[in-house]
Design a protein around this ligand. Sequence first.
Ligand code: ARG
Length: 463
Amino acid sequence: MSDSTNSSWGGRFSEPTDAFVARYTASVTFDQRMYRQDIQGSIAHARMLCKVGVLTEQERDDILRGLEEVRIEIERGEFEWSVALEDVHMNIEAALTKKIGITGKKLHTGRSRNDQVATDIRLYLRDEIDVINAELTRLQQGLVELAEKEADTIMPGFTHLQTAQPVTFGHHLLAWNAMLTRDFDRLQDCRKRINQMPLGAAALAGTTYPIDRHYTAELLGFDAPTENSLDSVSDRDFAIEFTSAASLIMMHMSRFSEELVLWASAQFQFVDLPDRFCTGSSIMPQKKNPDVPELVRGKTGRVYGHMISLLTLMKSQPLAYNKDNQEDKEPLFDTVDTLRDSLRAFADMVPHLQAKKEFMYEAAKRGFSTATDLADYVVRKGIPFRDAHEIVGKAVAYGVQTGKDLSEMTLEELQQFSSEISADVFDVLTLEGSVAARDHIGGTAPNQVRAAAARAKALIDAR
Ligand code: ARG
């Protein structure tokens, strides 16, 4: 990276920028990642300027050719970024001018870096949301497929992390999928508000050139030009919205992660994670650590932090653009990277989760998970639910004392608690009977899980 005096705005200055200040105020070290969007925006701007007669066709073509060369240079790693040129915008414009001469200096007619950067970020985030939603979709496909496979697999369902009622593993997987469906929709909704074009707002008030903002918007695939020039250059709501949608996704991912960490432990043994997603210990030879879910859980905090950074960055800012806004990029970029990579790791890992069915089944048998089924049974025999609750409570206390699950008690033993209990009680005390009985939309019965998986699949396929 080279250092020299800035020629883009140096006209009114009588001394060069202090070398440290130049580094302190520059953003090129991090905003160069938007080079593609910056060039894309400039190409559309040049086309529009030509359409309205501000540039000749020759000038437009020189600019387009020059920008294309710059892009190739950057992609080949041959471009020399300069801190003295502050940011990605001025670096690219200076390189263009070096290539095509004076015409390069005409590209900035009728625009400012303020509307340019707002446009670049929107183009960038739009692209990244598409990548993120593709990873999210891949993860969902994996979850739904696994759910179908595990529709009959019985495990304990928990409340307060205490065994509550038996559920199917497929049902549990589809709960995760339900969260991700909302997450996908939230990002798509956020994308609508991103997809508005600030270009043309110029520095803050608009421009005196006869620009055609609808045309530029169309060229860039934006839904419409933004309404108000002051708002256009200063608005970063869309970035905050994105980081808040990202925070929700990471929160969901941290919940899956926590469960996988628990389930992979010797205490639960519900799942086996593929070796290639785990690491060992340098001192304890027996260890297989669930690093991927642990890291996802850990990275959730930094994404929340970025959301708070952006909210705080924008707090109390007067209209219109302020240099503060340059601070929007690093939190935003890190949110994009963290979210995309976390989703990718999970999308790669989830299809290879191994359910340890025997352990799940054994765990469901412990903890009186069919106690509610017994209460419902007694209610069906005409006893009010509160009394049924009391009856089953006593049966459970007896089970704790004698070390027997409800299904392991004899009919005589059960009848001590209610004379209404007869031999058909054992149909509901089995785990299979318990899950099969929850046979309504949203319930855990295996056939309901299969139907829910089919609906989830259809939703994903329709994207
Ligand atoms: N690097 C700046 C940013 O990221 C670009 C806009 C600068 N505009 C200005 N008037 N200094 O926000």
